[in-house]
Design a protein. Structure first.
Length: 430
């Protein structure tokens, strides 16, 4: 029996599969919400004392230090394997070069009659970066969050990360933080760390925005605290959709689908193809390659429950299916992938051709890997420099310029019933 089910796109079976994916993301468990609400309230009231109590409860012991000393961060970089540091530096170079092009510009627009309009763009004052610890520690996420923040001109980046079981910080995370300019690092994790960033404690500064991935408790805390503080997004399980025709190599297709399935048992990996022979070969490749992959149990469960191979009658139908799904990652392994760039409207990041494998975007190429999930690529964008910027407009009018505009302003204001608005203009010319 094939590992991944085949679905023939007919307007019924494919629709049912997408409904299954929607249920996967579902509503946050009410018990989780209640637990996180209690944690948030406690941290708001009791600050660092509450944070440390939860660290002791959930992580087993208090960390070696609450704030990681600067010399410990520097030592982690100095003592790190040079090949690893060099690899990260290459990633930093590419991520920086890509994001430099996103930076917005302030402008001044002088007009006739003494009118001056404009926009001022600047970075947020302080941003909090959440970084998971333990086996789910991803130094690449440090780079993807901190580098665009720095380019935007963020004044200070405060990282929170849970301690390892021995109470020490993850060295790989410290190395990444040192390379991309994180200012301060605190040893705290979970919903309590999110609450500490949102409200501020005696030691952890209050931030303007919180970014970074986390488990369901972290995601729920971010969702509940949105409005008190800005957040990047509420991310769901990871997703990849591969568009492929008869020219695609089944080894590549299977490998790329499994690279996302290994993230999480709830991850979704979908092949949309016009070639049923390819579908069968990809299923065979799953079984062959799984034998030598460490996270094979997670991959297998993800593929069985939330994976699919969708058979389309033509490429137009396949493209329509991709836009309907709006995946986090979209690979195009058609014969001429560049032909389809302008038609793929709903995707977090698009990977074109046989050698643009999705992990290339996770680590190295330059575009951000913090992407919208669960179909939200229909209206959300990847994390970028503008995620860390804020804009203010400004207006200057002379007396004559306002006199020329006053009748229109007063008319509209009075039509809306806002006579005080109209009066604020009238009094200047009485």
């Amino acid at each position: 029996m094939a590992l991944v089910k085949k679905i023939y796109v007919n307007g019924v079976d494919d629709v049912q599969f997408f409904k299954t994916l929607e249920k996967r993301s579902g509503e946050t468990d009410k018990k989780v919400t209640a637990t996180v609400t209690d944690i948030i309230d406690n941290v708001k009231e009791n600050g660092d004392k509450a944070v440390n109590e939860y660290t002791l409860k959930f992580d087993g012991k208090l960390p070696q230090y609450y704030e990681v000393p600067r010399e410990v961060i520097n030592d982690a970089l100095t003592e790190a394997d040079q090949d690893y540091v060099d690899a990260l530096l290459n990633c930093v170079e590419n991520i920086t070069a890509f994001h430099q092009r996103q930076k917005s510009q302030s402008f001044i627009d002088p007009q006739q009659g003494g009118i001056i309009l404009g926009q001022r763009v600047r970075g947020l004052h302080r941003v909090g970066l959440y970084v998971p610890g333990g086996t789910a520690a991803y130094p690449s996420s440090v780079l993807m969050n901190a580098i665009p923040a720095k380019i935007a001109g963020v004044g200070e980046i405060i990282m929170v990360t849970p301690p390892l079981k021995d109470g020490t910080p993850n060295k790989d995370i410290l190395v990444a933080a040192a390379l991309c300019g994180v200012d301060r690092i605190f040893m705290a994790g979970g919903a309590q760390a999110i609450a500490a960033l949102a409200y501020g404690t005696e030691q952890i500064p209050k931030v303007d925005k919180i970014v970074g991935p986390g488990n369901i408790f972290v995601a729920t805390a971010k969702k509940l605290l949105y409005g008190t503080v800005d957040i990047d997004m509420v991310a769901g399980p990871s997703e990849v959709l591969v568009l492929a025709d008869e020219t695609a190599d089944p080894k590549f297709v299977a490998a790329d689908l499994m690279s996302q399935a290994e993230h999480d048992r709830l991850a979704s990996a979908i092949l949309v193809t016009t070639c049923e022979e390819l579908a069968d070969k990809v299923n065979a490749e799953f079984e062959r390659q799984l034998e030598y992959l460490d996270r094979r149990d997670i991959i297998r469960e993800s593929l069985e429950n939330y994976g699919a191979i969708m058979i389309c009658s033509n490429k137009d139908e396949a493209v329509e299916m991709a836009n309907k799904c709006a995946p986090e990652h979209l690979e195009v392994l058609f014969e001429n992938p560049m032909e389809y760039v302008g038609r793929l409207d709903n995707a977090g990041s698009v990977f074109l051709g046989q050698y643009a494998s999705e992990p290339l975007g996770d680590y190295y190429a330059g575009p951000n890997h913090v992407l919208p999930t669960s179909g939200t690529a229909r209206f959300f964008s990847p994390l970028g420099v503008n995620s860390f910027e804020k804009r203010s407009s400004f207006i200057y009018y002379t007396e004559d310029a306002l006199r020329n505009a006053k009748d229109d302003i007063v008319l509209v204001a009075e039509r809306e019933g806002l006579t005080a608005h109209a009066n604020a203009i009238k009094v200047r010319f009485e």
